[in-house]
Design a protein around this ligand. Structure first.
Ligand SMILES: Cc1ncc(COP(=O)(O)O)c(C=O)c1O
Length: 410
């Protein structure tokens, strides 16, 4: 664990917020799956924009407007390279993963889904990749079907045989509750044979492991900047150029048009066709700085650190009497989060009591109520890691959990 400690300790130095205390104790931040903390480099990138070249993009001909436009478009190129998209034209900036999925639902879904079509998703989705498809099936009279998961938290791939003709298959890359990393390539291959367009919710994957959209072959992929060290309010929709070209815009107004007269308008080229109004320039620049930061570390190293921490957490926490966790037992098959319950203690009470020790964890249904009902529970507690976490934080957590148990069971 020495190498994991050293890696995390070095990284933490760049994160001002991790130096603060909570209730007189050092903050132990174990909720990066909800949102990640930001390194000084990202904070500086946002500050630098406002101090040096704040101007609206794509319209001014003066110098700082050109600088802002160039920086915004460079950020798009950086995102494209980061996930190995063929072209920056395939990268649409949105507010977050949720908006990216809604964009597909409205722009692609409304014109391509017909009554009786099958929309397929899974029982392990975040509400963001479930509610839009419920909505689409209601609007178009399509049938929404689900692939279940087994005891270990893996998708029941054999159930795919039941669906031979599918219009759309939307699934998560990595579950924000079970931690399961799904076999995306295999799922995309199946979808192609079933005639389905694929939407991959990569909110818990792109921040934590190398992701290559060309290698995966998916049609659409959504993720959020704030979970990968970037600012809030910036997200990404990756879409294959051909599909984006064919789609109608999601929102209309300024910026997304090429020409307008009193009768009608001609849409702009992709990706700008999907970016109506003034975009989140500071967000895009902050995201670009976050990508620089992650690339300096290397996504393989990011993943390795999280696998080791997860393994350490599972080994440590499983020794606590009454501890149950959900999802795969092998750390290699899960992302860096663990959802659990401690017998006899409600997860909300647990999170509130841990906060007294300065430990921040998530409790509740984690925006995945149907998944929890499949597990037969109303709620769970969840810890999640990122590059700045260290094994001693797992030790603090374990000690605090044992203390809470002692007090409550006394
Ligand atoms: C798997 C998954 N999908 C989608 C989302 C939604 O992300 P956002 O709220 O940034 O749109 C989350 C956020 O927790 C998530 O974990």
């Amino acid at each position: 664990m020495k190498d994991v400690f050293e890696f995390g300790s070095r990284v933490r130095e760049d994160f001002p917020l991790l130096k603060r205390q909570v209730r007189g104790k050092p903050l132990v931040y174990l909720d990066s799956a909800a949102t990640a903390q930001k390194p000084i480099q990202v904070i500086e990138a946002v500050k630098n924009f406002y101090e040096k070249f704040n101007a609206n993009v794509h319209r001014g001909v003066y110098s700082i407007a050109e600088e802002a436009t160039a920086a915004y478009e460079e950020a798009r190129e950086k995102v494209a390279r980061f996930i190995n998209a063929r072209s920056p034209r395939e990268i649409v900036f949105t507010r977050n993963a949720t908006e990216a999925i809604n964009l597909v639902m409205y722009s692609w879904g409304l014109s391509n889904v017909r009554r009786g079509d099958v929309l397929l998703t899974t029982e392990m989705e975040h509400h963001s990749n479930l509610v839009p498809w419920q909505n689409l099936s209601k609007l178009k009279g399509a049938e929404l079907k689900f692939v279940g998961f087994n005891e270990e938290g893996f998708l029941r791939l054999e159930e795919l045989d039941n669906y031979k003709d599918v219009r759309l298959f939307a699934f998560t890359f990595a579950s924000n509750v079970l931690g399961t990393i799904n076999p995306v390539r295999e799922l995309v291959k199946y979808a192609k044979e079933a005639g389905a367009v694929t939407v991959v919710d990569a909110a818990q994957a792109v921040p934590h492991m190398p992701v290559d959209v060309q290698q995966l072959g998916c049609d659409f992929m959504a993720f959020s900047g704030h979970k990968m060290l970037g600012p809030m309010g910036i997200g990404v929709l990756y879409g294959k150029e051909r599909l984006l070209e064919e789609m109608e815009p999601f929102m209309v107004g300024g910026e997304m048009v090429k020409a307008v007269d009193f009768r009608g308008s001609e849409w702009n080229e992709i990706p700008w066709k999907f970016e109506a109004g003034t975009p989140n320039v500071e967000g895009a620049l902050g995201l670009a700085a976050a990508i620089d930061y992650l690339e300096r570390i290397g996504m393989d190293a990011v993943r390795k650190h999280e696998v080791k921490l997860t393994e350490y957490a599972l080994d440590t926490l499983i020794r606590i009497d009454g501890f149950t966790y959900y999802g795969p037992s092998s750390p290699e098959q899960r992302c860096g989060l663990v959802s659990f319950n401690l017998r006899g203690i409600h997860p909300h009470d647990l999170a509130a009591l841990l906060d007294e020790d300065g430990i921040a964890i998530r409790a509740g249904h984690h925006c995945a109520m149907p998944l929890h009902s499949r597990l037969g529970i109303a709620a769970s507690a969840r810890i999640s890691f990122y590059i700045y976490n260290i094994p001693s934080e797992v030790d603090f957590l374990a000690e605090s959990l044992k203390k809470i148990k002692r007090v409550l069971e006394a």
